[in-house]
Design a protein. Structure first.
Length: 229
């Protein structure tokens, strides 16, 4: 796939980071290069304020032994914060081994399991035990093909425990159309409700404008669902 060029100062193109054009179909290599070539704090999704995610996690009332899976975790600061507030049973998964190595080296803990896998062609993830909370910030929206989305939601529905939770934070319909040189599929609350189906009850949702390290704005939809069947 040839990605669109991605100038972060061009408001119309609305990208997430100053990634080069993608010259090949190898998305794993693409993401590895993104994490190799940029300091974490310059990534277009780097967070210092995790309050939108933490406010939704607090609504789950899960106890601290809950199994929490962060999909497409990259090198996110969310894992540091979850450890800080006392969750010792975490799984971070990503397509990029480089990203997960960065995270693992930074954290240096046995409280997090690291799994390199592709959410659109899962292998290792198929074998994990179900989780109490599935967290995805800024990953699902990269799956632009229906079959990729179907595989993602099949895995999610197989891996979330009954009475477990799903926290999805994706570009909303006013959000960027390109991120990291890749096209994205944007979501509304209604679209996420439809994708999850009637077994998942919407607990909370809100729009949130994330400010990138470049100071550009990126509007997200945050949602929290509970599996009720
Ligand atoms: C915009 S970053 C968000 C990272 C992290 N969730 C955060 O909020 O900091 C998107 C992440 O999705 C990962 N990713 C992209 N495609 C993936 C796939 N098919 N399977 C698993 N992870 C994927 C990338 O490697 C990258 O770490």
């Amino acid at each position: 796939m040839k990605g669109e060029s991605c100038n972060i100062n061009d408001k119309r193109k609305s990208c997430c980071s100053q990634s080069d054009q993608i010259e090949n179909k190898n998305l794993k290599e693409h993401w590895d290069n993104v994490y190799k070539n940029s300091p974490e704090e310059k990534l277009g999704w780097y967070e210092t304020d995790l309050s939108p995610t933490l406010s939704l996690i607090s609504k789950t009332d899960l106890n601290k032994t809950a199994r929490i899976l962060n999909v497409g975790a990259g090198s996110t600061t969310l894992i540091d914060e979850l450890l800080n507030i006392g969750y010792p049973n975490l799984i971070a998964t990503d397509l990029s081994e480089v990203a997960l190595n960065k995270l693992e080296n930074r954290l240096s803990t046995d409280k997090v399991k690291f799994i390199v896998d592709d959410l659109t062609n899962p292998t290792n993830l198929k074998n994990i035990a179900p989780v109490d909370l599935w967290i995805d910030r800024a990953v699902l929206h990269f799956f632009t093909e229906k079959n990729e989305q179907d595989i993602y939601f099949d895995l999610l529905k197989n891996k979330v425990k009954n009475n477990g939770f799903v926290l999805l934070a994706q570009f909303n319909l006013n959000g960027a159309t390109v991120c990291s040189g890749l096209p994205v599929h944007r979501y509304s609350k209604k679209m996420l409700i439809e994708k999850l189906g009637s077994n998942f009850a919407l607990i909370d949702s809100f729009d949130y404008t994330y400010i990138m390290p470049s100071r550009a704005e990126r509007p997200y939809i945050y949602t929290l669902f509970k599996l009720i069947n």
